[in-house]
Design a protein around this ligand. Sequence first.
Ligand code: CP3
Length: 344
Amino acid sequence: MNHTKTLMRTLAGETLDIPPVWMMRQAGRYLPEYRATRAKAGDFLSLCYNPELAAEVTLQPIRRYGFDAAILFADILLVPQALGADLWFVAGEGPRLSPVTTADDIARLRPADEVHETLQPIYETVRILSAELPVETTLIGFAGAPWTVATYMVAGRGTPDQGPAHALRAENPAAFDALIALITDATIDYLARQIDAGAEVVKLFDSWAGSLTGPDFNRYSLEPIRNITQAIKTRYPHVPVIAFPREAGKNYVGFAQATGADCVALDNSVDAEWAAEKVQIDGCVQGNLAPRHMVTGGQELIDETRRIVKAFSGGPHIFNLGHGITPDADPDNVQRMLDAVRQG
Ligand code: CP3
């Protein structure tokens, strides 16, 4: 199945001469057409919950660049919102949520089997995309991994060191485990419904995995990702899972095998040559150009792109950035990167 799609072939373990390519945050503020559609929606969250406009911004980078994959336009924080947390975005600062800090707060959240009620518009976006995407383009659904989602829920915002979540897990492990279990169940349901609506691949974003060390990495990043992956694989054996334990460093080694993920996404702090030897040996990897090259461009962008393509040329590789493209990126640099990947 799906053998015309380069991304699906790569996730099935094929090594292609030219790797498939897409970019995290490819629908985003660096594109004037994205900013125009967001203005039409009113704000970011209204855009997420407007299926026609969310599908439109998902399609914009596909039309402009012809990426091999489209990622559903939504946000990892829609799950906490569906669990009952208030969510809003402060311009220039980022997300704010009503914090969940005690066992009572956790007990007051909605049960996992109710989250689908407020997430219906997201499934509608997936259905529209599934009908409208070009046949060669793979549709990726996603969710945040439980640890990362919990860090925002506990702190009520993004933090430099995820301190509040670390404090809660140390002081009240039972309450913290209950929160992780609730997010895990809600995420399984959320991803399953994205797949039912037409998502062909799902990706788990564990953006703050790198703040976990020793046994805590296994307990809060690896194990919840494994539990979600196993649950998805049981119901949908043919749907590939991409896991992104960002800044996991040496914990990237063996991560795919331990979780059952089909592909591990690498951030740009890891050396491509090292990762080819230590991580790609187990299967497909994705990554890992530093997003700053999309701002600075020049010969360095071309050289770095070629170096990464070459480093991973011995096995299955999906070319991507090591983190999301930033609003100050130059759209012409994206085209230069694509040309370097596809034309060498
Ligand atoms: O990759 C994609 O284009 C798909 C859509 C997507 C968004 N967020 C859209 C978005 C995905 C996959 C995410 C994931 C996400 N959201 C993560 C994990 C990946 C990562 O970046 O580490 C996290 C931690 C979030 C939470 C979040 N959402 C933050 C911290 C912010 C504010 C920071 C910022 O860039 O402004 C957002 C907002 C957000 N999510 C935007 C987009 C396009 C910008 C909103 C805008 O248009 O103003």
